[in-house]
Design a protein around this ligand. Structure first.
Ligand code: HEC
Length: 117
């Protein structure tokens, strides 16, 4: 009986550790990885970090995002990616599908992209 309880407690501890490890690995993904994973590069390039869009000629106004931080702040980018903000009276073509945490990481990373003048 005593052993069983110890065993169960052990299992619970392992379960908790596994869960936090999984959460941590999601949080550890950097902005660049999220950018590629969310297929942003289908439409956008970021020449300054070596990301080449799959179809740079596609879309109404394909953008290289190398200077995103020179134009926008992270909170705006988050809203833009959730289609809660407009640019030239238009919303973004794609709504972000990841978690709020991933959105934050991605937007924060995009804000760091500034073209040197
Ligand atoms: C289906 C094509 C497509 C995909 C996929 C896409 N975008 Fe866009 N995005 C656009 C278009 C088109 C614009 C230009 C809108 C405009 O200027 O009116 C734009 C504009 C932007 C802008 C503003 C750029 C500027 O300087 O004006 C940012 C930032 C941006 N996208 C980020 C992202 C991110 C991050 C992702 C991935 C989560 C993504 N986009 C996925 C088509 C796309």
């Amino acid at each position: 009986m005593k052993m069983t309880r110890g065993f169960l407690t052990g299992l619970t501890v392992i379960g908790l550790l596994t869960t936090s490890a999984t959460l941590r690995s999601t949080a550890d993904k950097d902005g660049k990885a999220l950018f590629n994973e969310n297929k942003c590069s289908n439409c956008h390039s970021i020449a300054s970090v070596g990301i080449k869009g799959l179809r740079p000629e596609g879309g109404a106004k394909p953008n290289d995002l190398s200077n995103t931080g020179g134009k926008f702040k992270a909170p705006w980018i988050e809203k833009w990616l959730m289609k809660e903000e407009t640019l030239n009276n238009k919303k973004h073509m794609r709504k972000f599908k990841g978690t709020p945490e991933e959105l934050h990481t991605l937007a924060t990373w995009l804000e760091t992209l500034k073209e040197k003048k």
